[in-house]
Design a protein. Sequence first.
Length: 95
Amino acid sequence: MSLKEYRLLMEAYNYGLVEEDFKLHRLAWLIARVAPAKRKSGKNIIYQFKSFDRFYDHKAALEELEKKNSDREPLDPAARYGAYLKKKRKEQNNG
C-alpha cells in the first residue's frame, strides 16, 4: 500500500468516525425527546434543545475534519521539493 493510498484510507476512516458520531448524537436526540430531557414552564413542557442542530452541529464537525485534512503536507513530490527549497532559502536568509 502506498502512502497516498494509506492517507486516503485514513481520511475515509475519519469521515466514517464523524458519521458514526452523527448517528450516536441523532439517537441520543431521539431518546431525549422520549425521555425527560424537558422542563416545565407553567403548564407547558419545553424541550431543552428545540432542534437537532442545536444539539449537534454536524456541519461544524465535517468542517473541522476538512481543516485537519488540509493541514497535511502535500503528497506530490514536486510540491514537497518546492516546500523544501522555500524552507532552505528562508534558513539561508535568516542564518
